[in-house]
Write a protein that binds this ligand. Structure first.
Ligand code: ADP
Ligand code: MG
Length: 396
């Protein structure tokens, strides 16, 4: 299934290149989207995240142009062709558009020495745009991979995701963490990545048992709260860390937190700061525990961490929403007998997707139940697909 999707997208990309530029593409690269299995809102606290690459990709086909000192690139998603600078001082445009991600990844690659001659390219993707599965990181990483291939300069394993993150910060004006670019660049087939967001050290954790699949369910709701709530959560974490006398909440244990609870509870905030910190501190523990349990094949413990993560994000961190809670409750009700190991909200919150670990043989049945029950409860259609952990960016 995934191979077929990939081949289809690849063929479409090649065909589009021939149509647009009247030649065979010389270089083909792909970079995947991602889903975070657990470890939510821990990245900016220097903690642990646990993403994996998914079987959805951004593909770029490229070839030389006739000596022009620029890149001409067509994006299928927007049906637009644009010209990009490939030398000199490159500044971010005021308005963020798809071109910002591409120009940003080109500029930040050039900064790292990847000098290229002019080229033509076509970009396609089957990562849903803006769906919380990081189409943006897959686009940046695909462009950086193309720049490597065209220039002959090989970026360092950590250098590449960091330059892509910089592209998103400076050119797309989105202050994202490091997770998305790391997993899209460095993901490995049949593995999730336990990433320490302070040291930037990735550790690959095998999920090699093919009888387990990852089910991604899009609630198809996005509440407008994200913009205002995200900075509030970050500020709460900083304030909690300050009161506890540490740089980052990563450095707090559950014991210290409980012992210092009075420092976080006051009249103005009630126990809000305490609950925010409890989520972050607990989430780091759950993330490490889930990685161990996965290796051990201890599915009950894996599932318990996922549900506990969801409950904590709903009650302590308050970033869930009714539609997402419905999806997780449907999965919880299906339970291990029906093939569901665990389920939780994934991504920033207030809508978007849930991630569930399920028995591969039950995917069709579970999908059917979730669709029906969600429609009944919320009146909306959920979009669902199953995936195994995929490989990160590569040259084809
Ligand atoms: P997410 O990363 O969760 O999918 P973002 O809002 O961070 O959502 O990024 C989505 C944006 O990235 C799109 O609006 C578009 O500007 C850009 N983008 C991503 N993939 C592509 C693509 N294949 N072609 C053109 N633009 C893309
Ligand atoms: Mg994004």
């Amino acid at each position: 299934m995934s191979d077929r999707l990939f081949e289809e997208l690849l063929n479409e990309t090649k065909t589009l290149f021939r149509e647009k530029f009247g030649a065979e593409p010389q270089t083909l690269v792909a970079a995947p989207g991602r889903v975070n299995l657990i470890g939510e809102h821990t990245d900016y606290n220097g903690g642990f995240v646990f993403p994996m690459a998914i079987e959805r990709w951004t593909i770029i086909a490229a070839g030389p142009n006739d000596g022009a000192e620029k890149a001409t690139i067509y994006a299928k998603a927007t049906d637009e062709t644009a010209d990009f600078a490939i030398s000199g001082e490159i500044l971010p445009a005021e308005k963020v558009e798809w071109t910002s991600y591409v120009q940003g990844a080109i500029a930040c690659s050039l900064e790292k020495g990847a000098k290229v001659a002019g080229f033509n390219a076509v970009i396609t993707s089957n990562v849903p745009l803006g769906g919380g599965l990081s189409s943006s990181a897959s686009l940046e990483v695909a462009v950086a991979t193309l720049m490597e291939e065209l220039s002959g300069v090989k970026f360092g394993a950590v250098e590449k995701p960091l330059l892509c993150q910089k592209a998103e910060h400076v050119f797309a004006k989105m202050k994202c963490g490091i997770m998305d670019q790391f997993i899209s660049a460095l993901g490995e087939k049949d593995c999730a990545m336990l990433l320490d967001c302070r040291s930037c050290e990735p550790k690959m954790i095998p999920i090699s048992d093919p009888s387990i699949s990852v089910l991604i369910t899009n609630s198809n709701v996005k509440h407008a709260l994200t913009g205002s709530e995200y900075p509030e959560r970050r500020a709460s974490c900083e304030e909690a860390a300050r009161r506890l006398g540490v740089e980052l909440l990563r450095d707090v244990t559950m014991e210290t937190l409980e012992a210092s609870k009075d420092k976080l509870v006051d009249e103005e905030n009630g126990d809000r700061l305490y609950r925010r910190a409890r989520h972050v501190v607990g989430e780091d523990v759950r993330t490490l525990k889930m990685a161990d349990a996965l290796v051990a094949g201890d599915w009950a413990t894996v599932g318990a961490q996922m549900y506990a993560s969801h409950d904590s994000l709903r009650d302590d961190y308050e970033v869930s929403c009714p539609e997402i809670d419905v999806l997780v409750e449907i999965a919880r009700k299906i339970g291990p007998e029906g093939g569901v190991i665990g389920s939780r909200i994934t991504g920033g919150g207030f809508g978007g997707c849930t991630v569930s670990l399920v028995k591969t043989e039950k995917v069709a049945e579970i999908t059917e139940i979730i669709k029906t029950e969600y429609k009944k409860a919320v009146g909306k259609d959920a979009t669902i697909f199953a995936t195994r952990p995929a490989q990160g960016a590569r040259v084809l």
